[in-house]
Write a protein that binds this ligand. Structure first.
Ligand code: NAD
Length: 511
């Protein structure tokens, strides 16, 4: 993590709280120039064939994966991520992301021809073809600082865009290592990296990028969306959430327990899709809580559960826990900072007041509140009682019932007997509803946000004019009303045919 001091990022190791160096911010006044460099590089990039672009993206894949161990080491020193987590969530996932996009991009960028009735539209062809937007402004958070930017950069480049990438001020060294890989594998300035905090992010929007892709907090998202609106720039927002896990009576106990514990405590709970609330059937609640608490106690601080990102996060998480406990919540384990760096142990609570911040607001820490429900309808109501809506997970041996229940929760991603893990997948859409944001990453729906659908109309009919051009005569109206009559069910076919033909012939005779 880091602290911003004027134009410098003071780097801090969250495992110890020690300052470990500095890194210069990009001067705010330079940001527009960087966008211009990317714009020029993007024009040359778009002129290359897709096959050629795919070759360069393969080079980017190989260059990134070859430095996997360096990224893992840096994720440890910059954010305190345990190595196993860094490898699986940031590096393996990135390899899969490249594979997906390289496999599907040719099909996804194919023009889509429109079927036209040759009688109505003689000699005409229409197609819709995806076209690069131009320069994508990518404003990223710190919690997955390697794969999150790549989720957008890979499809954006393949589609012919340039990117200006602003890493989080709390993960600037991961951003700098990515920038080294870009420099070694991509044409100059195709992906430009701008270092700094919100000021640089705002300057990037003001510099006239063609789209803003933002992932981060609700407060940041609102500010970014408002700024983009001033420039009339489209933006997508991937924000936080308060995701529920619903554990049904017939859930396979060891899997539900281990899954929910991983869902809540991986990345120290600093995942937009973390399990932040568990709703468990009242008939199995006592046993479930007991087993979750035992599993949470077994987690090793440092090896399994890394530190929080900074002192402010530690304070916020602890304040939520203290407030809930002061208002009657039962603390089963954890509940206080370890005293070293920004570590907070896995914490489990029950009886958390439903109007507390801990129950309602994103905690973004290793905290798991558990409540019980009487009926499945009540569980759905509790899961939906949140302004957020990124993911839900439902745990049951009856997969069909669990899926039906999961689909009743207003959110973007429904899991049955699993949670959280599909975010990095290139082929799966990722995005939330309500205060979890709008727009998608991944899949053809994510790609759709990185291209413009250009419609191309070609007419080879060669006639002097179209039947619907001037002058507007009664014959034209007669023909048109006949066509409408023919097109509606229950219309008079006889009148339709008559009016169409008479109108048509009269019209042609008069021109
Ligand atoms: P943040 O909003 O503080 O910062 C995110 C990025 O936005 C940073 O690069 C920051 O410098 C920039 N920024 C902040 N305010 C800005 C402004 N006014 N103008 C321009 N740029 C601005 O968020 P964070 O603390 O880095 O990230 C944590 C949040 O991200 C959590 O809420 C988490 O749930 C969310 N998140 C969501 C997803 C998802 O896919 N939905 C994924 C990861 C993280």
């Amino acid at each position: 993590m880091s602290r911003i001091e004027s134009d410098t990022l003071v780097l801090i190791d969250p495992r110890s709280g020690d300052e470990v160096g500095t890194l210069a911010c990009t001067p705010v006044g330079e940001v527009a120039k960087q966008v211009q460099l990317a714009r020029v590089a993007g024009q040359a990039w778009r002129a290359r064939t897709l096959e050629d672009r795919m070759g360069v993206v393969r080079r980017l894949r190989d260059g990134t994966l070859a430095r996997g161990a360096e990224f893992v080491q840096l994720l440890g020193s910059e954010l305190g991520k345990p190595a196993g987590e860094a490898w699986t969530s940031e590096i393996v996932t990135m390899g899969e992301l490249f594979e997906h996009w390289l496999a599907v991009i040719e099909d996804e960028l194919e023009p889509v021809p429109l079927e036209l009735n040759p009688l109505n539209y003689p000699g005409k062809q229409i197609r819709v073809q995806p076209e690069a937007l131009g320069v994508i402004g990518l404003i990223m958070p710190w919690n997955y600082p390697v794969h999150l930017p790549m989720r957008t950069i890979v499809p954006a480049l393949l589609a012919g865009n340039a990117v200006v990438f602003k890493p989080s001020e709390h993960a600037p060294r991961c951003g700098a290592l990515l920038a080294e890989v870009f420099a070694a594998t991509l044409p100059a300035d195709l992906v430009v990296t701008v270092q700094g905090g919100p000021e640089q992010g705002a300057a990037l929007i003001d510099a006239g990028v063609d789209k803003v892709v933002f992932t981060g907090s609700g407060a940041g998202g609102r500010a970014v969306a408002a700024r983009a609106a001033q420039q009339l720039i489209p933006c997508s927002l991937e924000l936080g959430s308060k995701d529920a896990a619903v554990v049904l009576f017939d859930a396979k106990m060891p899997r539900a327990v281990q899954g929910v514990v991983w869902g809540a405590f991986h990345n120290a709970g600093q995942d937009c899709a973390s399990v932040e609330r568990v709703l468990v059937d009242h008939r199995i609640a006592d046993r479930f809580v007991e087993e979750v608490v035992a599993a949470a106690r077994a987690l090793r601080v440092g090896e399994d559960v890394g530190p929080l990102v900074n002192a402010a996060a530690l304070e916020k998480v602890h304040a939520q826990v203290q407030d809930a406990v002061a208002r009657g919540a039962t603390l089963h384990c954890g509940g206080a900072p370890t005293g070293q760096g920004y570590f907070y142990p896995a914490t489990v609570l029950t009886n958390v007041p439903v109007d507390s911040d801990l129950w309602r607001e994103e905690t973004f820490g290793p905290i798991l509140p558990i409540a019980s429900f009487q009926t499945e309808d009540e569980a759905v109501g509790m899961a939906n009682d949140s302004p957020y809506g990124l993911c839900v997970s439902v745990w049951s041996k009856d997969v069909a019932r669990a899926e039906a229940l999961a689909l009743r929760v207003h959110c973007g991603v429904s899991f049955v007997n699993n949670c959280c893990f599909s975010g990095p997948m290139g082929g799966a859409a990722w995005g939330g509803r309500g205060q979890s944001g709008y727009g998608a990453t991944g899949s053809r729906w994510g790609l759709a946000g990185l291209v413009f659908p250009r419609t191309v109309v070609i007419d080879r009919s060669g006639g002097a004019k179209e039947i619907w051009w001037f002058p507007y005569t009664p014959a034209l109206s007669r023909m048109a009303s006949g066509l409408v009559e023919l097109g509606r069910s229950g219309g008079s076919k006889l009148a339709g045919v008559k009016n169409t033909l008479v109108g048509l012939v009269t019209r042609w005779k008069s021109t």
